[in-house]
Design a binder for this molecule. Structure first.
Ligand code: SAM
Length: 234
C-alpha cells in the first residue's frame, strides 16, 4: 500500500499525529530530496529508510517501487513541503499504483494554496488552482484563460518573478481586479497583502527585494472591487 503524506510548508507543528504514525510504520519513505527529508524525520525522531523519488528519476524507479508495493510492502511518499503531487512529484506513482491494483491513501494535511485561498478573503466556494505558470511558451495563453475565469484562481510563483507576474495579470485581468499575495505562510515572516492587482504590483515593485515562497490569489472576472479600493497588509 502507498500512503501519500503531507508535510509542513514551514511551521514544523503542522503535521498530523496520523502522518507521524504512518511515517514511523512505513517500510521506507520516498522523498523528493532525501537530505531535506532526513532533517524533517530527525526532528520527529523517525528513523525509517529514505529513498529518492523526484522529477528526474520518477520514470526510472516507478516500476521497481510498484513491484515492491504489490508484494505487500507499505511505503509513504512525501515531498519537500506540503502535499506530494501538488506542484510536486507524485502523480505518476499514484496513477501507476492504481493501475496495478495497489491501494493508495492520501492523508489530509498541509498544502500552500488552501490557507492562501481562505485568508485572501476572496470567494472560495468555487476556485481554480493553476500551480506554476509556464515561464515562456504558453504563458500568455494561460494568462488569458485565467483572466476569463468567473471564479477565484491561485498561482504558485517564485519571488523573482512575482512583480512581472502581477504586472502581466493586471494587463490581462485589468488593474482593478482584487487579489492577494500570501508570502511565507506559516513561517516567521508570514505576510498577506490584499489589494488590486495594480496596487500589489506597485507595492512589491517598490521593495528592494522580494523573498520567500509565494501564492498569488486573484478574484474571478465578475468579482466585486476591493472594499473602498483599499489594500491591507498583515
Ligand atoms: N506541494 C506543495 C503544496 O502542497 O503546496 C507545493 C510545492 S511547490 C514545488 C512550491 C511552491 O508552493 C512555492 O514556490 C510556493 O509558490 C508554494 N509554497 C510552498 N510553501 C509555501 C509557503 N510557506 N508560503 C507560500 N507559498 C508556499
Amino acid at each position: 500500500m502507498l500512503y501519500v503524506v503531507p508535510t509542513p510548508i514551514g511551521n514544523l507543528e503542522d503535521i498530523t499525529l496520523r502522518a507521524l504514525r504512518i511515517l514511523k510504520e512505513a517500510a521506507f519513505v520516498l522523498a523528493e530530496d532525501t537530505r531535506t527529508s532526513r532533517k524533517l524525520l530527525d526532528h520527529y525522531g523517525i528513523e525509517r529508510p529514505l529513498r529518492a523519488y523526484h522529477a528526474h528519476n520518477e520514470h526510472g524507479v516507478l516500476s521497481g517501487i510498484v513491484s515492491q508495493l504489490k508484494e505487500g510492502v507499505t511505503a509513504a511518499l512525501i515531498s519537500d513541503a506540503g502535499t506530494p503531487a501538488i506542484s510536486d512529484p507524485g502523480f505518476l506513482l499514484v496513477r501507476e499504483c492504481i493501475r496495478q491494483g495497489v491501494r493508495v491513501e492520501c492523508l489530509p494535511g498541509p498544502t500552500a494554496f488552501v490557507p492562501a485561498l481562505v485568508a485572501s478573503g476572496l470567494p472560495c466556494d468555487t476556485f481554480h488552482f493553476e500551480g506554476f505558470l509556464p515561464h515562456k511558451k504558453g504563458r500568455q495563453t494561460r494568462l488569458r484563460f485565467l483572466s476569463d475565469l468567473p471564479h477565484t484562481f491561485l498561482l504558485y510563483e517564485s519571488p523573482m518573478r512575482l512583480v512581472k507576474c502581477l504586472e502581466q495579470l493586471a494587463e490581462v485581468c485589468g488593474p482593478d481586479r482584487p487579489a492577494c499575495v500570501c508570502r511565507e505562510l506559516t513561517k516567521l515572516y508570514e505576510e498577506t497583502a490584499r489589494g488590486t492587482l495594480a496596487m500589489l504590483a506597485a507595492d512589491f515593485k517598490a521593495r528592494q527585494a522580494v523573498k520567500g515562497e509565494i501564492v498569488v490569489v486573484v478574484g474571478g472576472r465578475d468579482s466585486p472591487p476591493t472594499p473602498e479600493g483599499g489594500g491591507t497588509r498583515q
